[in-house]
Design a protein around this ligand. Structure first.
Ligand code: HEM
Length: 462
């Protein structure tokens, strides 16, 4: 059977020269129109790549056939040379991944909101709002410390500083290396893995010297907060968190304790690794949207004021009475070009057939969530920020409109296990900001309003 359609392939290189290095998802979405197919095939130096450009095809393959589409490909540069192989999201399907995923889900269960809600309230009400009041210009830094603070306190019980927190800095430096790898173009060693053996002093081995520096940052990110949390556990001063709860379970059962400690360490680091930059990007998109669309801000604000009144702050239970704000939050998840599922491709572990096309074993399978969230068959005028698309004529949420969170958080057995935390963080930030502040344009030296753009950087998280 033929592979799905796609651009013509050159001998040896295949489509290597066709693959853009930035905003690839937009090119892939365009190819879907050119080849009249929501499933595409390209090949780069012998590696098969399948691109899924509609929710329907991603749902058919990654959700319904998840038994054979749940593995990951190993990127030599990131997983081996930079040492990130322990990240749950980078692990191939198998026992090591399963152990970490099970541990994560047993603690951060969507049915157990008491695990995360108190920390979200503490940071959003206790840190973000007061910081914004005294220093609104530095809102981006306050958002970063709030979202990072929630993640670090959930994982390690750590309380971060409102500014220049050392743990946030370590995480930022370590995770920033991903973006540097992604934007510096494809790394040759990923295409030709044996290159990893060339000595560092050889010409052309610059990537190895760089990887060594990045490896040290990765190690600090994984070990420093965990070790500090262990010290707090020993001193009896730890605040309840994922690490302390998981370590407690190990103590009574010391068989294989070292192995379990490692699983806990990896999984704790995944809370910040998977949850901070992504949620921050969503929260920043909310602020950007409110800045660009003051009429939407006003409408959402009126709803918040009507439901909450003036004598208290919004609480999670208010969500059910605020359909417009829920629609704003859904639109943020649709609008934000958050391409994690693109950047963490799945791997086909078996040969498969879909609609008469052959999907080769070991093909990298990319769910192009951008194409799905901007699919004009699902969303009228997808380039417009329009929360109303999710509402019916009575202003209630319309269940027949495809919910963007079905795509923004990935698919199948690898679907994001922290999506309930991300969604409730975004909701509480949005409701709390609207209840207490107006988000307005900055002024330049002459007192004129600065027009904001709606632009994103290309990278692992936009
Ligand atoms: C707006 C915020 C977020 C977005 C858009 C997002 C999106 C994603 C996506 C697309 C994946 C890959 C899914 C796939 O392979 O099909 C993923 C994986 C993951 N996310 Fe999230 N995420 C967010 C927040 C969070 C939070 C807050 C946490 C933790 C508290 C988290 C933890 C994880 C973990 C552990 C994985 C790896 C799952 C695995 O490989 O089995 N994420 N996320």
């Amino acid at each position: 059977l033929p592979t799905p359609p796609g651009p013509k392939k050159l001998p040896i290189l295949g489509n290597l020269l066709d693959i853009p290095t930035t905003f690839e998802w937009i090119t892939y979405a365009r190819w879907t129109k050119e080849y009249d197919s929501d499933i595409l095939h390209i090949k780069a130096v012998g590696v098969d790549i399948i691109i899924l450009n509609s929710f329907k095809v991603a749902n058919e393959l990654l959700d319904k056939r998840s038994a054979i589409y749940s593995s990951r490909t190993r990127f030599t540069m990131i997983s081996e040379l930079m040492g990130w192989g322990w990240l749950m999201s980078a692990m191939p399907y198998g026992e090591s991944w399963r152990e970490r995923r099970r541990l994560f889900q047993s603690y951060f269960h969507p049915g157990k909101p008491t695990t995360h809600q108190p920390r979200q309230l503490e940071y959003i009400r206790g840190m973000l709002l007061p910081q914004l009041l005294v220093d609104p210009e530095n809102y981006a830094d306050s958002l970063k410390h709030t979202v990072g603070g929630i993640a670090l306190s959930l994982a390690y019980g750590i309380k971060v500083l409102p500014h220049e927190d050392p743990y946030i800095r370590i995480a930022e430096e370590a995770l920033g290396t991903f973006t540097q790898v992604t934007v510096s173009g494809r790394v040759l060693v990923d295409l030709i893995p044996p290159l990893k053996h060339i000595p560092e002093w050889m010409p052309g081995a610059g990537f190895k010297r760089q990887a060594k520096i990045w490896h040290a940052l990765q190690k600090q990110f994984r070990e420093r907060p965990f070790d500090d949390c262990l010290k707090e556990i020993v001193a009896g001063t730890v605040r309840p968190c994922f690490t302390s709860a998981s370590i407690e379970n190990v103590v009574g059962n010391s068989v294989d304790a070292e192995h379990q400690r490692e699983v806990i360490q990896d999984t704790s680091a995944m809370v910040f690794g998977g949850g901070a930059d992504t949620t921050l990007s969503a929260v920043e998109t909310f602020v950007l949207a409110m800045l660009n669309f003051p009429e939407i801000q006003l409408k959402a604000q009126e709803e918040v004021d009507r439901v909450v009144g003036r004598s208290r702050l919004p609480y999670f239970a208010d969500e059910a009475d605020m359909p417009y704000l829920s629609a704003v939050v859904k639109e943020v998840f649709r609008f934000v070009d958050e391409l994690l599922s693109w950047c963490i491709p799945h791997l086909a572990s078996e040969d498969d057939v879909y609609k008469g096309y052959h999907i080769p074993k070991k093909a990298i399978v990319i769910a192009n969530s951008w194409a799905m969230l901007h699919d004009d068959n699902e969303y009228v005028e997808p380039e417009k920020f329009s929360p109303d698309r999710f509402l019916d004529k009575d202003g209630q949420l319309n269940p027949s409109v495809l919910d963007p969170t079905r795509m923004a958080f990935g698919f199948g057995r690898r679907i994001c296990p922290g999506s309930h935390i991300a969604q409730s963080t975004l909701w509480l930030v949005a409701a709390s900001l609207l209840a207490t502040f107006d988000i307005t344009k900055g002024l330049d030296e002459s007192g004129k309003e600065v027009e904001p753009g709606l632009e994103y950087t290309s990278g692992l998280v936009m």
